[in-house]
Design a protein around this ligand. Structure first.
Ligand SMILES: C[S@@+](CC[C@H](N)C(=O)[O-])C[C@H]1O[C@@H](n2cnc3c(N)ncnc32)[C@H](O)[C@@H]1O
Length: 289
């Protein structure tokens, strides 16, 4: 469940249908995350303001206006999310960090931070587990991982192809904290899974039979998983998460396999914009000349 839906449910159970939010961003998800990680919450108090947003039946008020509420969101208020979820778990395993070169290490840390940012758009820090001692927000750190429950290891060389059923039936998602430019470390995720003794199937995410065009950044793999867990189709989630470069790579791959007649169809399928189209055409022009 999205964290904002959980907050809306808790508020409605307490008879709260509107909140004065002062200078906060009018987003229920942002409020929910602040409640769990920064000590914000709800206090009683009469206020009037403008309705600047309404989400899941909760009106958010700020500024000057005539809409009345008896509740204010602010620092030190009551946290109404009494049992914040700790599952599903996105697990980033940093066990191969010391095999990366300096540039790769930097990129891995950036993607780790971006993974937390992504998780906070849907869930919260408690859904992120980092294996090894890398501190990040309120993410959970573990040294010797022993996960109970249904899980999968996300591995571009996995034997099993992911689908919505496999993802939705799982609660633990292991991702390698490995940013190896140009896939320098072959079968690294497999090795990591063996070192740790993860007793989970190794599952690869593909797009119509190939990993070409599937983003391989840690944060993007996490986002695909979260979107599917929250009800989106796998292909839809991949296409939404792709960068322009991912789209270009996949279109060129398919044009080389099937010929230029597939170009228009490919552009449509991958929701490619003019920039992607021009990049593809420029590359095809270069190849032809
Ligand atoms: C940049 S990849 C590193 C892959 C590494 N070179 C290997 O051979 O395993 C970083 C992590 O993203 C995840 N990942 C990337 N692409 C994936 C895909 N197509 N399917 C499943 N997981 C993927 C894996 O968990 C992987 O450990």
């Amino acid at each position: 469940m999205l964290l904002k839906s959980l907050l809306a449910k808790e508020l409605k159970e307490r008879g709260i249908y509107s909140l004065f939010i002062g200078h906060e961003k009018p987003s229920l998800q942002t409020l929910a995350v602040k409640m769990l990680i920064k000590g914000y919450g709800i206090v009683k108090g009469e206020r009037e303001g403008n309705v600047v947003a309404e989400e899941e039946g909760i009106k958010l008020l700020k500024g000057l206006g005539t809409e009345k509420t008896g509740f204010i969101f602010r620092k030190g208020g009551e946290n109404v999310i009494k049992n914040p979820p700790t599952s599903p778990k996105i697990v980033i395993d940093m066990g191969l960090f010391n095999e990366l070169n300096e540039e790769e290490k930097k990129k891995t840390l950036v993607q780790l931070q971006m993974t937390l940012n992504t998780i906070r758009k849907f869930w919260w820090d408690g859904n992120l587990v980092i294996v090894d001692d890398f501190k990040l927000g309120k993410a959970v750190n573990v040294k010797n991982p022993q996960f109970e429950g249904k899980g999968i290891v996300l591995d571009p060389y996995g034997e099993i192809v992911a689908d919505e059923g496999i993802i939705r039936a799982s609660e633990i998602f292991i991702i390698g904290g490995i940013v190896d430019k140009g896939r320098r470390l072959k079968m690294a995720t497999k090795r990591l899974a063996e070192i740790r003794g993860y007793n989970f199937p190794r599952v690869k995410i593909t797009l119509r039979g190939s990993t070409v065009g599937v983003p391989d950044e840690i944060n993007k793999i996490a986002e695909i998983i979260i979107r599917v867990k929250e009800g989106e189709g796998l292909e839809e989630a991949i296409i939404k998460t792709q960068s322009k470069a991912d789209k270009v790579a996949r279109i060129l791959y398919d044009v080389h396999r099937f010929g230029e007649s597939v170009l228009e169809e490919e552009l449509k399928w991958l929701n490619a914009d003019k920039k992607v189209e021009n990049l593809v055409k420029a590359r095809l022009g270069n190849i032809r000349s």
